[in-house]
Ligand binder design. Structure first.
Ligand code: BEZ
Length: 400
């Protein structure tokens, strides 16, 4: 048989086999793969959409969806299908809510959440099921510390991270004795611990802790106690609706004139429309600020405003960056989410071109990022300076 004849014979034989339905496993595989590629990537959004953190959940969702929309609504060539659960920032409901997405909806990737206590429940289930998870806010130190895992990534911060630099800011101003006040749960405790570590290391003398249960906002008795103790300054962790109420109550108690108030930037981010005069001049540290004055941030802000008709905050940025991180992973495997190792390797190496400034992933999967000192001017958290350049969380206990 000549070359041409042989080729023709083989083609005809293949045609016959196909039409007779006698296909080999080798021939089937690409088809199955192609089918998997046309299916949508199932994304589970588990965030608070009610309660004191509701606004944070909405901003994260908006940011994530904006990043996807900017890529033609496809990541790695595949469309996304969203499954959404309101976790109500309630740790008691975390296992049930996470399982709705993991067991019932069989999501490919979990994106969530805001509250560190809820995050603890999600981390356990994501580890047990080896579900890929991107944390777009909750600072739970252990998520990228003692409980770190190849399938868990964070695009926000550890609770230690934005608070630690504020310690040095205050110590350098000659402040020696501080009262801390925070919600008594993981995030508040870890934020105060981070601040205290930075403060004592830089020459501060004492931090005395006052606590209030989450999400309680009855601050009056605590403000009276602070007024009687007369510390050099107060450092707080509050966020969302509770933060707005605290800022107003602190000002109404007349304490702004006598005892300077500081906090991690969650105190003033996303709340300035509600606080008006009471927040003016407040200084905080965070991984985002108004007036960064980069093209990247300006472009993001105008795209966000165009899409949602209000300005973005740190939570929107973190959600947006979660979208960028997932895009990096899916692009690397051309949408084939079954190539888990390659996808994770790409996410680990990612340099995220974030509106907050470019950042990279630590070994423990937490952003290495600049922390800014900001000051409230009008309705903005204006950039004052870089409080700590390229700060990495210590990732205590992580064995990755
Ligand atoms: C947390 O629970 O980790 C958290 C919630 C809101 C803002 C920052 C941290």
């Amino acid at each position: 048989m000549g070359d041409w004849m042989e080729l023709n014979h083989n083609v005809n034989r293949r045609k016959f086999l196909t039409s007779a339905g006698v296909l080999t496993a080798g021939a089937l595989l690409p088809k199955a793969l192609a089918l998997a590629q046309t299916q949508k990537v199932r994304v589970g959004l588990m965030l608070p959409y009610t309660g004191t953190y509701a606004q944070l959940g909405v901003a994260i969702t908006n940011g994530f969806k904006l990043a996807v929309a900017e890529r033609g609504n496809k990541l790695g060539g595949r469309e996304l299908e969203y499954f959404t659960v309101d976790d109500e920032a309630d740790p008691a409901k975390a296992p049930e809510n996470t399982n709705k997405l993991v067991q019932r909806d069989k999501v490919d990737v979990l994106v969530g959440t805001v509250h560190s206590g809820v995050q603890m429940g999600m981390v356990k289930i994501a580890k047990e099921n080896n579900t890929l998870m991107i944390i777009p806010n909750a600072g739970l130190d252990a998520a990228t510390g003692a409980l770190c895992s190849p399938n868990i990534f964070r695009t926000s911060f550890s609770n230690w991270q934005p608070s630690y630099p504020m310690g040095k800011v205050l110590a350098d101003r000659g402040i020696r004795n501080v009262i801390s006040l925070a919600w008594k749960y993981g995030a508040g405790e870890e934020a105060v611990a981070g601040f205290t570590e930075g403060f004592i290391k830089a020459g501060g003398k004492s931090v005395r802790g006052l606590w209030i249960p989450f999400p309680n906002v009855e601050f009056q008795a605590l403000l009276t106690e602070i007024a009687s103790i007369k510390p050099d300054a107060v450092f707080v962790f509050f966020a969302g609706g509770g933060a707005a109420k605290f800022i107003k109550d602190y000002a109404a108690a007349g304490l702004r004139k006598t005892i300077p108030l500081f906090g991690s930037g969650f105190l003033t981010d996303g709340v300035l429309d509600a606080t008006e005069e009471a927040a003016q001049g407040l200084e905080t540290t965070l991984h985002y600020a108004d007036g960064l004055n980069t093209k990247r941030d300006r472009d993001f802000r105008s795209a966000y405003y165009k899409a949602y008709t209000f300005a973005p905050d740190v939570y929107a940025v973190q959600g947006y960056d979660a979208g960028l991180l997932l895009a990096t992973g899916l692009d690397a495997v051309k949408g084939d989410i079954s190539k888990r190792k390659e996808m994770i390797a790409a996410m680990e190496k990612a340099k995220i071109d974030s509106p907050r400034g470019a950042w990279t992933m630590s070994k423990a999967h937490n952003p290495i990022q600049d922390i800014y000192l900001r000051k409230v001017v009008g309705r903005e958290n204006k950039l004052v300076s870089v409080a700590h350049k390229a700060l990495a969380d210590p990732a205590r206990g992580c064995k990755l």
